[in-house]
Design a protein around this ligand. Structure first.
Ligand SMILES: [Zn+2]
Length: 345
């Protein structure tokens, strides 16, 4: 599997929180080629299992959420569509963005903005609210009501382009980059016999509060979990702490959300195999699926592996290929060299 090709394909699919079907179907297919069994559960999670060679082996779950931030149409005013966000969007970044509305066939729209010439000095200063924004799909009010009814979801228009040698920019890299990383690792492990029962979950509705992972972890009942997600890339003006250099390797989380033995194991594997990594201190809520998974049922030994991403939740999210590749390499090493008997936790 070529990682970049998979990222390009998966990130192009419109699949916002609660409307993940298009991504789920493709991920299901990809997982089916390297797992023993794959299914979709009630919450829409795609879950696969690769049986262990050992009878009664412990269960390890790889989790990466597949939903992306998006919008949902609430109505129209004279053909201009009103909407609410699905997930967290910064309204300051929205005017001027192109969107794809998930009608059949999909329709294009642009988030309307006023020319600067007509704005008063006061209006230029004002923080715009989502409720004051609208989408122009070039329709009359009647056409809009018929063709794009309330409840129609939408996403940022897809783009996938290279920046420099090592980076790509586009939409939905949060978190399809990590879904692709997970699938890449699974495909490399396809013909390997493992000492753990390996579960992989492309989870739904993370952007609305880690919802798919919460129920998915409950039903899978894993002993260990590695949650794979994106983290904040360093950019001009970004905070000095809590942001990570693109190309510096994926981050390995440390803090109360993370099992220290799993953390140490991941660091050790990186050191022993010359895989670049960065340490990410997570003092409390990690903002990832690891948060609910760790306290699922009787508790799960959980680790967090993250790919630094610039411009999160925008149409120009940007990641470094080498970080994604290194994240896949770490997962492969962890599973190939599983030395983590339950007694040690
Ligand atoms: Zn996100």
């Amino acid at each position: 599997m070529e990682l970049i090709k998979t990222i390009s394909e998966l990130s192009s699919l419109p699949a916002p929180s609660g409307f993940e079907d298009l991504a789920a179907d493709r991920i299901h297919e990809m997982m089916a080629s390297c797992m023993n069994e794959v299914w979709r559960d009630t919450m829409g999670n795609v879950i696969g299992v690769k049986r262990s060679r050992k009878a009664g082996a412990k269960k390890l779950l790889l989790d990466a959420h597949m939903d992306e931030v998006g919008i949902i149409i609430t109505g129209n005013e004279e053909g201009f569509l009103k909407f609410q966000p699905l997930g967290s969007l910064d309204p300051r970044n929205l005017p001027g963005s192109e969107v794809v509305l998930m009608t059949d066939p999909p329709m294009s729209g642009v988030i309307a903005c006023l020319p600067p010439h007509v704005l008063s000095a006061e209006e230029k200063e004002k923080v715009i609210q989502v409720k004051d924004l609208c989408i122009d799909a070039g329709l009359s009010d009647r056409e809009a009501s018929e063709q794009i009814p309330p409840g129609t979801p939408g996403v940022f228009k897809s783009g996938f382009f290279r920046l420099g040698e090592n980076q790509f920019s586009g939409k939905a890299f949060d978190n399809r980059v990590c879904v692709a990383v997970m699938l890449d690792a699974l495909s490399k492990l396809k013909d390997r016999e493992l000492d753990v029962e390996l579960y992989a979950m492309a989870s739904s509705q993370e952007e609305l509060g880690t919802r798919g992972a919460t129920t998915g972890a409950f039903s899978i009942e894993p002993d260990y979990c590695v949650a794979i997600d994106v983290t904040f890339g360093k950019t001009p003006g970004s905070p000095k702490t809590g942001t990570y250099k693109l190309g510096g390797g994926p981050t390995i989380g440390i803090g109360p959300n993370i099992n220290m033995k799993l953390y140490n194991r991941l660091v050790e594997l990186c050191e022993n195999n010359s895989i670049p990594y960065q340490i990410e201190v997570m003092a409390g809520q990690s903002g990832t699926n690891a948060w609910p998974i760790q306290i699922s049922r009787g508790g799960v030994a959980t680790a967090i592996l993250s790919v630094p991403l610039k411009y999160m939740h925008s149409p120009i999210e940007t990641f470094a290929v080498s970080d994604a590749q290194a994240a896949s390499d770490i997962l492969v090493k962890l599973l190939e060299n599983w030395e983590y008997p339950a007694e040690q936790i």
